[in-house]
Structure formats: C-alpha cells, structure tokens
Design a protein around this ligand. Structure first.
Ligand SMILES: Cc1cc2nc3c(=O)[nH]c(=O)nc-3n(C[C@H](O)[C@H](O)[C@H](O)COP(=O)(O)OP(=O)(O)OC[C@H]3O[C@@H](n4cnc5c(N)ncnc54)[C@H](O)[C@@H]3O)c2cc1C
Length: 422
C-alpha cells in the first residue's frame, strides 16, 4: 500500500514549491510534489549560456506590494544577496527610445507626434464621459484615443498576446498604467510625471549571483526531498476516502498548480468541466539570447513595431553586472518566432501567459468551485489561471495555507525585514 499523503502538489514551479515550503514551516510533513520536467522551477529557471545568465522564462524581477512576501523570500535568501535597481524601461517607437510609461513621457517625442498624441488623449472616450467598454481594444481606444491605440498599444498587445485585443477582457487592467487625462497632459507640459501616479513596480531586486532562479532555489532547498521529477500528473481519481493521482499517489487533498489542460483527460473530470478547461487559452513565448553591443541604460525595452518579431528586449548586464556585457534576450510570441535571426540560444515556454479572454474569470471560477468540492485546490498562475507574477503566486500560496489551517508558517519566518521597502 502506498502512503497516504496529507497533500500531493502538482507542479514544481514557484507556486508548488512555495506551498510545499509553507506547509513544511507549519509542521506538515506528509507532502509530495510531482514535477513533470526533469528539473523544478518552471518559468523561474535560469540557464547559464557561456558567460550569460539567461532567465529562460523571460524577464523576471522581484518586486511586490506584499511585505509578507518579501519577509518570506528574504528569510530564505538574505536581502544582502540582491541588488536593488530603480526601474529603467523604455519604449522603442518611431526610431526613438522614450521612457515607459508612454502616458507620462509624450514630451520626449518629436513635436508633431506630441500634438497628435495629446489630441488623441483629450478626445478619448473617458474625457468625453463615455462608459468604459468591456473589451480590451475598446478600452484602449477609450482610455488613450485612436492615435495612441493604433500606433502603440494595439500593435504591442497583438504581439505579446497573439490574440486580438477585442477578444480580451478588461478585468486584469490593474497591470497597466491608468493615468487620468489631466495627468497625461500635465506630464507632457511639465516634462515630468508625478511619481505617486506612476504604475507600480518602480524598482526591483535582482540576485547578485546567477539569475532569478536563485530565488526559486532558496525556496526549493528545504523541500527538495519531497519532489518527484519527470513525474507528470496525468490522472486524478477518487479512492477510498482519498484522491489518487496517477493511480499511485494517495492524498487527502491535491493542490494543482499545473495547467488544468494537462489533467483534463482524467475520468474524474465531467464533460462540462472539460469543455470549460478547453475554452481557457494561453500563449507560448520563446526567449532567445543574442550577443550585441548596447549603450542603453535600460533594463528592458518594449518593442511595438510589427517589423520586429519580438515584443521585449532585456539588457542582462544592466541588472546582472556579473553576467557577460553583450547579452541581450528577446521575448517573442511563438506565432511570430523565426529561428536563425542571430540567436545564440532559445527556449520555448509553452505555457507563458494565461490569456484573459472574454469570460475567463467566470470559467475558471466554475472549474475551481467544482475542483474544491472534491478537495482539489487550484493555485497560482495556472491553477487559478490568472496573470500572476511570482510574488503573487507566493502570496496566493500563503492565502491557501491559512485557509487550510496552516497559518503557523508565519512563526517560522526569520525576521530579515528590509527597512527600505518600496
Ligand atoms: C515573460 C514573462 C515574464 C515574467 N516576469 C516576471 C517578473 O518580472 N516578476 C515576477 O515575479 N514574475 C514574472 N513572471 C511570472 C512568473 O514567471 C510566474 O508567475 C511564476 O513563475 C508562475 O509559477 P508557477 O509555479 O505557478 O507556474 P510555472 O512556473 O509555469 O510552473 C508550473 C510547473 O508545473 C509543471 N507541470 C506542468 N504540468 C504538469 C503536470 N501535469 N504534472 C506535474 N507538473 C506539471 C511544469 O513543468 C512547471 O515546472 C513572468 C512570466 C513570464 C512568462
């Protein structure tokens, strides 16, 4: 008879490993983590290519609005092991590089373009008192006007998401800047933006050694023995008073951090749940390393031009000075990816972003409610199918640990509270 675990966690990315670690800190010892790949880390992995540290899941930086997440991370890897950087990100538009966000930096553009963009803003739907549309394209036009929408926001969003913005919902837009019309106009006239009104993530921590995986590894180390590698969860069934994963892992509760699609063939999943899962969409992003000389002080640049396949460039040496100076990596939606354009190395991330297509929130809520009634909990970017960054994945794991009665993990957090949090 196989052991009966208190928890089987599906997926050994930062969500699954944080959950395992929180349970361990709360004194739970009966946990197994199943990881499909031969190594853990998911999107938070770093690969050393020559002298470059490449974050193969794309640009990863530590920044959170949750102090308890900093406490948790810094109690595993001290804050002194990180550099802190005020964020420098730029937008490559019309042959110039201007600071992000565009709404605060229209003054950096040629005069003719400044006039067009200000007219676009003051004539937008919001300024005219119209209600906000319920699709992303309509919202962009309503918020910024047609000219900015057509030359910047729509091309960029088509590139990154790989679906028409018209097909996307608007309930995730806390992720992007939302300046009022008067703030955009004042920033242009005054050549400065009110820092209070800037979007979040004005600075970030990045490890002094290696890449973002240092954060992940610090969380993994204490629970490494709990992980089974090359062990994709394929089926979940109901056993005798428990759940059984892959016909052999018996558990009182299952925590799923993997895309639901990888489990949906299980007989346990009724047809209506399978069809809900099938309607959830995601994109695939290729991360490619290039060797180029660069002068920019930016950490990364947004590239809306449809002439270039990629949508973002990252200048590794600017946030990882220990990495070789000429390393640049690109993020490219797989639909636009073309190999053989000078990349030194490339890595496809099949599950990169869960897409907030219209109705996604209702769909995932139905799946989560059904699963929870069977003691299966969806958690993290894929389990909750939401555009969470790694800090929010950790925060969500904390929320679930508390909900399941394991809030005593808090007592095991060593206090390394930074004084100068953002
Ligand atoms: C381009 C890009 C940029 C990002 N930038 C940042 C950033 O700057 N800061 C930040 O904090 N976050 C960032 N993120 C988000 C961050 O990567 C994710 O929030 C986080 O890594 C998600 O962790 P996860 O464990 O939920 O999922 P994943 O990292 O995807 O891990 C899921 C794991 O489950 C495994 N798995 C899949 N199916 C199965 C199965 N059936 N059985 C067992 N295992 C399975 C996978 O192999 C994987 O290891 C970025 C993401 C992307 C794509």
């Amino acid at each position: 008879m196989t052991p009966l675990y208190e928890y089987v966690i599906i997926g050994g990315g930062i969500t699954g490993i944080s959950m395992a670690r929180l349970l361990q800190m709360a004194g739970v010892r009966s946990v197994r983590v199943l990881e499909a790949a031969p190594e853990a880390g998911g999107l938070c992995r770093t690969k050393r290519v020559g002298g470059h540290y490449l974050d193969i899941g794309g640009g990863h930086f530590l920044c959170t609005k949750y102090p308890e997440v900093y406490d948790f991370v810094f109690s595993h890897i001290p804050k002194s092991e990180f550099n802190f950087f005020p964020r420098v990100s730029t937008i490559a538009l019309d042959g110039i590089e201007l600071d992000y966000p565009l709404e605060s930096n229209i003054w950096q553009m040629p005069l003719e373009r400044q006039v067009e963009y200000l007219i676009s803003v003051v004539q937008n739907g919001e300024a005219r008192g119209l209600p906000a549309p319920r699709d992303f394209e309509g919202w962009i036009r309503w918020k910024l006007g047609d000219r900015i929408a057509e030359t910047y926001m729509l091309p960029y969003n088509r590139k990154i998401w790989g679906v028409e913005p018209q097909e996307m919902d608007v309930d995730w837009l806390h992720k992007i800047p939302r300046l009022a019309v008067e703030d955009i106009v004042s920033a242009c006239l005054e050549h400065t933006a009110d820092a209070e009104k800037m979007p979040s993530h004005q600075g970030f921590y990045y490890p002094k050694h290696g890449g973002y995986q240092e954060v992940f590894d610090a969380l993994l180390n204490p629970v490494a023995d709990w992980v089974d590698y090359s062990a994709p969860a394929q089926t979940i069934e109901q056993g005798d008073g428990c759940l059984v994963v892959n016909g052999k892992y018996r558990a009182r509760r299952v925590i799923n951090t993997a895309p639901w699609h990888t489990l949906a063939a299980s007989p346990l999943f009724p047809p209506h749940i399978r069809s809900l899962i099938a309607s959830l969409r995601h994109n695939t992003v290729v991360v490619s390393l290039h060797e180029e000389d660069y002068q920019t002080p930016a950490h990364w640049t947004y590239v809306p031009s449809l002439d270039e396949p990629h949508h973002r460039n990252f200048y590794i040496h600017n946030f990882a000075p220990h990495s070789d100076p000429r390393g640049v990596y690109h993020e490219t939606n797989s639909q636009r990816w073309q190999s053989g354009r000078g990349e030194v190395y490339s890595h496809p991330n099949e599950y990169a972003y869960p897409l907030p297509t219209i109705g996604w929130a209702d769909t995932i809520n139905q799946i989560l409610d059904w699963a929870q009634s069977l003691n299966i909990h969806g958690l993290g970017r894929w389990g909750q199918w939401e555009y969470f960054n790694s800090d929010v994945c950790i925060y969500q794991a904390m929320q679930l640990a508390c909900k399941l009665g394991h809030e005593s993990y808090v007592d095991a957090i060593v206090d390394d509270k930074p004084e100068d949090l953002l």
